[in-house]
Design a protein around this ligand. Structure first.
Ligand SMILES: Nc1ncnc2c1ncn2[C@@H]1O[C@H](COP(=O)(O)OP(=O)(O)OP(=O)(O)O)[C@@H](O)[C@H]1O
Length: 238
């Protein structure tokens, strides 16, 4: 089955009058595991935000199967998390269930069990009462993965999930991503580690404002495509 869950039709997105993403067309197919790679400033995060409906394209269309926001959840860049906010790990993870429960209603036993199970899966069961400001980068990222799980979304977008985490945490969290993929979910992750992409991600979108390649990873991550992406982002072809 090759049903598109997210379809991009000549999508351009601007940031303060400048195009950050230019004329990207293609589809993320249901159940696929796709990496988005590219140099700094290539428009990767901007594209993720547009797919989540947080910014609008200036040209083109983004079609989401089931409508904008349907069954999608996003792991933001860790730098976007306000770690000074006085919230416990448990409450941070519980926020993932707000879509079902609402922000102000008490959690029932089922939601509580879901939160505990997610904390257990990410290896954070013993940290549930800790304030998030006291966590290491890797511990916070584990907690954010648990929050993402609470959404029970069919499509998951992760923006640099392994930035500032150690190898062991990367391996544990990568195993969770494989579990989601095995369950038939669509997973899209912005990544910088190309070896990790080659090992784990069957599909890759190489960005440099525009799409340089969007296909099977071995064909996308050629030296030519990576060279081209670097030069486009450096402004050599303007
Ligand atoms: N919130 C923002 N503040 C400043 N510039 C932005 C912002 N959002 C987008 N831009 C600009 O849009 C372009 C694309 O940025 P974006 O963050 O999407 O790239 P990226 O590929 O995710 O980069 P990185 O790998 O460095 O995170 C850049 O030129 C950037 O300066």
């Amino acid at each position: 089955m090759t049903e598109a869950v997210i379809e991009l039709d000549q999508v351009s997105i601007s940031w303060r009058e400048r195009l950050a993403v230019r004329d990207i067309s293609g589809a993320f197919v249901r159940g696929t595991l796709t990496a988005i790679v590219g140099p700094n400033g290539a428009g990767k995060s901007t594209l993720v935000k547009a797919i989540m409906g947080l910014v609008s394209p200036v040209r083109g269309r983004i079609r989401i199967a089931g409508g904008q926001g349907a069954h999608m959840a996003c792991l933001p860049q860790i730098v976007e998390i306000d770690r000074s906010f006085p919230v416990t790990v448990y409450d941070l993870v519980a926020m993932g269930a707000w879509g079902r429960v609402g922000a102000w209603r008490a959690f029932d036993r089922l939601e509580h069990d879901r939160i505990e199970a997610a904390l257990e899966l990410v290896g954070m069961a013993d940290f549930s009462r800790r304030i998030i400001g006291t966590l290491s980068g890797g511990q916070l990222q584990r907690a954010l993965f648990a929050r993402l799980m609470l959404h029970e979304a069919d499509t998951l977008l992760l923006d640099e999930p392994f930035a500032a985490v150690d190898r062991a945490t990367t391996d544990d969290l990568m195993a969770l991503i494989h579990d989601w993929h095995d369950e038939g979910r669509t997973v899209i992750a912005v990544l910088h580690d190309l070896d990790l992409v080659r090992t784990h991600f069957p599909q890759t979108l190489v960005m440099a404002g525009q799409a340089v390649a969007w296909c099977e990873t071995a064909q996308a991550l050629t030296p030519e495509n990576l060279h081209l992406a670097r030069h486009i982002c450096a402004g050599d072809y303007l």
